[in-house]
Every structure is written in structure tokens, then in C-alpha cells.
Design a protein around this ligand. Structure first.
Ligand SMILES: *Cc1c(COP(=O)(O)O)cnc(C)c1O
Length: 444
């Protein structure tokens, strides 16, 4: 869905309601029913849409008129939910995708092709690390990973003439390190490329990367935005701020005629919405990783309480992190909201109302102790999932990375003792009691 002056070709017109506060946007943005219309956002469970004349249909295919014609390209329910996320992020347009993986894939492929290059922070989610480092490389798009603690000089040295974007996460998964968005936006822009940020853990309630100079935001909506472990999904949001025309030679897909649309040029036809329009009319048309209207409906039910949930899990996580920090069996805790955390200064700048519910913990007892501890947990469940209403724990050395030795783990930058703990919506006292009894049981 698109807002602003550009005339969107295939998107529903969203009524402007003059809302501004985040909490109100979570409940209302993107859908304002009229007289006698459903109070809850309706599910438009239809593949196709009817027109009266052949010419009407033709004009849609030429991107001359706005309207729906096939749900692979756009669907009213998906667009309303995308509009809500777009309003929260403060963008010019957004699209839903089938997963967070598809969102990050689309964000890259929309401006990268074989022979191009990406610079990415190296502390990103493992799935994205593989997407960039394995799959995109196999497609001929190279990537250079750089440490988030690297100096400007070291980051600058990663760029090449064929570099098309800089990628990072607001809060890294699993390390919960805070990206210095302003610094990396400046670096990206100095090289004439956009900063693409995965804002999954922070959510737009706690951080809006566009306000700090990021150009494109992605989400795995599977995490906090859904928040109930119900639907896998993703979203790409365009700030509309990157000047593609100023670097026209780098982004020919946006700035030169598209033969598959009778020679239309996205930047000329859609202005600030060029990037997000192309993501729909070109990538979604060809790759088809759309979200189903039914899933978008469930996603929206989660989205309507996102503001309440992300605040609550952050508050609880700080209590839990403080408890763990003071426990004699705990070696270390990494949570950005702890006053003595190395990421705390950046947390105060970019996420002043709190980060999220995820933290990393290391225990003193070694791997056997870690396993006894996890087995003794009663409320907190062992899951690969993270960032929803259920408290859960993951030990990469025993689970996702179990094929690696301790030395190999260290070489990959993973502390063998690292446990990712995701705090849910249970009473924090119950979560703390569960951790306390499991630590006690593991010591026996
Ligand atoms: C989970 C996750 C993804 C991938 O999302 P899926 O919805 O599982 O495809 C991408 N980025 C981050 C930060 C994640 O946590």
C-alpha cells in the first residue's frame, strides 16, 4: 500500500484519519470502516477481482489504474495490514511477504542482480546470514560481512563500485546488540547506497529506523508483530527517502525503462514510491512469495496489541536480567537495558523506552550443567522460536549449532555457553521463580 502524492496503480486508497500516536496507529491505521462496514478488518479471501470492461482490466496491467486484479500481486486484506505497519514505521509504502526470509530476500533482490555486492553486519540472524552468504552468493550476488564494532574506515573498506546496499539489524538476533543506525546510515549514503534494516526485535513501537536515516526496513512479522506463535510472515517498508535518481547508474532497475511494463520507469512514474512499487509489480509478480489474506488477518490481530506486548516483555526482561545478573550460578548476562551493559548507551539513544524481551545468558557450570538447567525448566519452554508471548530458551551449542565443537563455535563467534532467553507475557515473578528452581535443580 502506498500513501502520499504518487498515484498508486494497484493499491487500495487508505482513508487518512489524522492519527499520529503509535498506540492509536496499532489499533486503527490502514483500516477505517464506513457506515455499516465491518468493525474488524475483513478477510478478502479471493484470488481474483472482477471488472466490467476489457479496457479496465488492461489499464490495471499497464499500471495506469489503481485496483486489484490478482492476489499474488496485491490483496485488500494484506494491503490494509501492510498499511498499518507502514504507518507505524513512518514509510511511504509497504508489502507483506510470506516470511521474514522472503522480506529480506525481496529487500535485496529489488535492487541487486548477479554481479552486484552487499555489505552486511556479521551479527545478523543465522537465517539471514545463510540467505546472504550462501543463497545470494549462489545467485551471483557477493556479500562482505563486517563486525558491528568495526571502525568507519574498516566498514568503508568493504564497499566496492558494485555494492548496492548495507544491511543490519536494529537489535541483532541472538546477540541483542544495538545497531548504531545513524552511523551506518551515514556510511551507506556516503557510498550512494541505501541502509536496509531488519527491525524485527525492536518493532516500530520501540524504534523507527527511518527517523535515524535508514532507507528500507524489513520485518519477520512471525515474531513480535504476530506475537502469538500463530503465523509466519514478513514485511518490507520503504521510507521513500532514498534518492535513486541521484545514483541512477547503480540502480538501473528503478531508473531505466522496464520492458515488462511497456518501458515504464519506476522512479519517473512512482516517485518516492518507486522501490516499493517495483517490489510488488516486479518481484511479487515473478517470485510470488505473498502472504495469504487469512494469515494477514491473524497477523493483524497480533498487531493490534503490539504496543502493549512489547512494553510488557521489555519491562519483564529487565527484571529477569537483573535477577540473573545477581545469581551466583550465572557467569554473564547480556541485555541492552541493563545499566552496565556494553550496548546500554545505544539502547538509550535508539530504544529509550526499552529494547525487547530477548537476552543472552551464560552459566558458570559448563555444558552438562546447562543441559540439566534447561531440562529442569517448567514454565520456560525449549524452542527455536523467539519473541512472542511464551517465554522460551534456546542453547545454540545444543540445538541450532549442535554439529559444531566448542572451538568451532568460538571461531563462529558463538560462546558455547550462550543461551538465548526470550521473555513472554507471563508474570515476571513466575518466570524468575522457574529460572531460580531450575538453577537450583541443575546444581544438585
Ligand atoms: C526470525 C527472523 C527472520 C526470519 O523470519 P521468518 O519469518 O522465520 O522467515 C529474519 N530476521 C530476524 C531478525 C529474525 O529473528
Amino acid at each position: 500500500m502506498l500513501e502520499g502524492n504518487s498515484k498508486p496503480p494497484i493499491f487500495v486508497r487508505i482513508k487518512r484519519t489524522g492519527m499520529s500516536k503509535i498506540d492509536t496507529l496499532c489499533v486503527h491505521a490502514g483500516y477505517a470502516p464506513g457506515r455499516g462496514e465491518p468493525r474488524q478488518m475483513p478477510i478478502v479471501q479471493s484470488t481474483t477481482f472482477k471488472y466490467e470492461t476489457s479496457d479496465q482490466m488492461g489499464r490495471l496491467f499497464d499500471l495506469e489504474d489503481a485496483g486489484y486484479f490478482y492476489t499474488r500481486l496485491a490483496n485488500p486484506t494484506c494491503d490494509m495490514v501492510a498499511a498499518r505497519i507502514n504507518a507505524l514505521e513512518g514509510g511511504v509504502g509497504a508489502i507483506l511477504t510470506s516470511s521474514g526470509q522472503a522480506a529480506n530476500l525481496f529487500a535485496c533482490l529489488n535492487i541487486c542482480k548477479a554481479g552486484d555486492h552487499i555489505v552486511s553486519l556479521n551479527n545478523i540472524y543465522g537465517g539471514t546470514f545463510n540467505l546472504l552468504g550462501v543463497s545470494l552468493r549462489q545467485m551471483g550476488i557477493d556479500v562482505t560481512f563486517v563486525d558491528h564494532k568495526a571502525t568507519d574506515e574498516e566498514v568503508n573498506a568493504c564497499f566496492r563500485p558494485e555494492t548496492k546496499l548495507l544491511f543490519g539489524e536494529t537489535l541483532s538476533n541472538p546477540g541483542v546488540e544495538v545497531l548504531d543506525i545513524e552511523r551506518f546510515a551515514k556510511i551507506a549514503h556516503a557510498h550512494g547506497v541505501p541502509l536496509v534494516i531488519d527491525n524485527t526485535f525492536a518493532t516500530p513501537v520501540h524504534c523507527r529506523p527511518f527517523e535515524w536515516g535508514a532507507d528500507i526496513v524489513t520485518h519477520s512479522t512471525t515474531k513480535y508483530i504476530d506475537g502469538h506463535g500463530a503465523t509466519v510472515g514478513g514485511c518490507v517498508v520503504d521510507s521513500g527517502n532514498f534518492d535513486w535518481e541521484a545514483h541512477a547508474d547503480k540502480f538501473p532497475g528503478l531508473t531505466t525503462p522496464d520492458a515488462s511494463y511497456h518501458g515504464l520507469t519506476y522512479t519517473k512514474k512512482f516517485g518516492r514510491a518507486a522501490y516499493i512499487t517495483k517490489a510488488t509489480t516486479h518481484l511479487m509478480r515473478d517470485l510470488g512469495a505473498m502472504q495469504s489474506p487469512q494469515n494477514a488477518f491473524y497477523l493483524n490481530l497480533g498487531l493490534q496489541t503490539l504496543h502493549l506486548r512489547i512494553r510488557r516483555v521489555s519491562e519483564s526482561a529487565l527484571k529477569v536480567a537483573t535477577f540473573l545478573k545477581n545469581h551466583p550460578a550465572v557467569a554473564w548476562v547480556r541485555y541492552p537495558d541493563l545499566p552496565d551493559d556494553p550496548e546500554h548507551e545505544k539502547q538509550l539513544k535508539y530504544l529509550p523506552e526499552g529494547s525487547c524481551g530477548v537476552m543472552c545468558v551464560g552459566l558458570k557450570g559448563g555444558r552438562e550443567f546447562d543441559n540439566r538447567f534447561m531440562d529442569a525448566l517448567k514454565l520456560i519452554t525449549i524452542e527455536t522460536h523467539v519473541a512472542d508471548c511464551y517465554s522460551c530458551i534456546l542453547h545454540p551449542a545444543s540445538h541450532t549449532h549442535r554439529q559444531l565443537s566448542d572451538e568451532q563455535l568460538r571461531a563462529a563467534g558463538i560462546d558455547p555457553g550462550l543461551m538465548r532467553v526470550s521473555i513472554g507475557l507471563e508474570d515476571p515473578d513466575d518466570i524468575i521463580a522457574d529460572l531460580a528452581q531450575a538453577l537450583e535443580a541443575a546444581a544438585k
